[in-house]
Design a protein around this ligand. Structure first.
Ligand code: PLP
Length: 435
């Protein structure tokens, strides 16, 4: 029983894996937060390391039998610093967070007290849920339940981060922490400007570079390490590793010599239990790959591909938020066409193109977003280059034109029916699709 293969023990799960495998291989993956990790990373992730408990840190564990786990975690920490070109005398890293959300909450726990104030980019403007998101009706996330949050925004004309207004808000709100980094912001960040504001108001500056960490490691974008006190990231987006999180912290701050202890204790025991050692092994392998010259070429190509996608969609006459991109993602504003992001997401699903609906600047509700977010990380991992991306842009153009024709010919109802019928067949459920 212990040594029989999955297909024999559980053909039902094996079958689902096979179907998902086929979906990933046969379709076009354009979700900006996803990527295709390497076989080596998956081998490490599926290894016997999953069996081991190792609460604590290398050399100070709550369980016996951790000599190899210590070696592994130390290796992973060393590789994390090397991948981002960080001096171990100035920076440390905790490699235990289970995901980006837990990394963020642990970092917040390390830096600020319950009810302290924080400012992050608003969700409709591209920020992430964990950066203090709440709605008029509800505090939606732990970051707004346990802390007082005030979002900053992008400008209504350029759709770039509104640094002057952020500084003015911070002067009144007096946050203990400013969070930068985003889930849907196609431009680079001015960390020097953010540092000025944080310093002036006595706030920590934390960057969540989850989306762009692979591009930062390849030195294709500004480095948050030059200005931020703490940097968090997921490891599965542009970094192309397994699903996990990392927290980098400064070791050279005169006023916070204890930052290392605070971060480590915030991860365990404050927010997590035993580390997932199979994942830490997979992160270590991914970071080894990130430090190789081929990864730099990959990151360059991700950006070239995103720029090509933006240029091709613009040539078709579509509106893009900020008019283009500096990184791996493109935000496509569908509102001038009278289409919602959810409709195009469904139509694309039927075409084997995976994208996600996304709020664009000025959307009244994040629940009915007027745009879609596209990313080139996964297609670039499949060795696609600019000429391939032009074909992808043409396919997206066809998806939109098809939706427009259906909508024009028979009104919104026909498009709704088209999506509902097709999705019903797929899901075997009546009225599954909500468009
Ligand atoms: N931070 C940012 C900027 C993200 O975009 C995401 C996820 O998309 C997260 C954090 C959360 O990561 P996870 O899903 O691993 O918890």
């Amino acid at each position: 029983m212990l040594y029989a293969p999955l297909a024999e023990i559980d053909p039902e799960v094996q079958n689902i894996i096979d179907k998902e495998s086929w979906r990933q291989l046969s379709g076009l993956e354009l979700i900006a937060s996803e990527n295709l990790t390497s076989q080596a990373v998956m081998e490490a992730n599926g290894s016997i390391l999953t069996n081991k408990y190792s609460e604590g840190l290398p050399g100070a564990r709550y369980y016996g039998g951790n000599e190899y786990i210590d070696e592994l975690e130390n290796l992973c920490r060393k590789r994390a610093l090397k991948a981002f070109n960080l001096d171990p005398a100035k920076w440390g890293v905790n490699v235990q967070p289970y995901s980006g959300s837990t990394a963020n909450f642990a970092a917040f726990t390390a830096l600020i007290q319950p009810n302290d104030r924080l400012m992050g980019l608003g969700l409709p403007d591209g920020g992430h849920l964990t950066h203090g998101y709440y709605t008029a009706k509800k505090k939606m996330t732990a970051s707004s339940i346990y802390f007082q949050s005030l979002p900053y925004s992008i400008t209504s004309d350029t759709n770039l981060i509104d640094y002057p207004s952020l500084a003015a808000q911070a002067k009144i709100f007096k946050p203990r922490m400013i969070v930068c980094g985003a889930s849907a912001y196609p431009r680079d960040w001015d960390y020097a400007e953010l540092k000025k504001t944080a310093e002036k108001e006595g706030a920590w500056l934390l960057c969540d570079m989850a989306h762009t960490s692979g591009l930062v490691a390849a030195q294709e974008l500004n480095s948050p390490f030059d200005y931020c006190d703490v940097v968090t990231t997921t490891t599965h987006k542009t970094l192309r590793g397994p699903r996990a999180g990392l927290i980098f912290f400064r070791k050279d701050l005169e006023n916070a010599k204890d930052l290392e202890k605070r971060v480590n204790e915030a991860v365990f025991p404050a927010c997590q239990g035993g580390p997932h050692n199979n994942t830490i092994a997979a992160v270590a392998t991914a970071l080894l790959q990130v430090a190789q010259p081929a990864f730099k070429d990959y990151a360059k190509q991700v950006i070239l591909n995103a720029r090509t996608l933006a240029a091709s969609l613009s040539e078709h006459g579509y509106k893009l938020q900020t008019g283009g991109t500096d990184n791996h993602l493109v935000l496509w504003d569908l509102r001038p066409l009278g289409l919602t992001g959810s409709k195009i997401e469904k139509v694309c699903d039927l075409m084997g193109i995976t994208i996600n609906k996304n709020a664009v600047s000025g959307d009244a509700s994040a629940q009915v977003p007027g745009g879609i977010r596209l990313g080139t990380s996964a297609l670039t991992s499949r060795n696609m280059v600019e000429s391939d991306i032009k074909v992808v842009a043409d396919l997206l153009h066809r998806a939109v034109q098809l939706s427009l024709i259906l909508q024009k010919e028979a009104g919104t109802k026909m498009l709704k029916d088209f999506v509902r019928v097709a999705t019903t067949q797929e899901e075997g459920k009546e009225g599954y699709a909500k468009v």
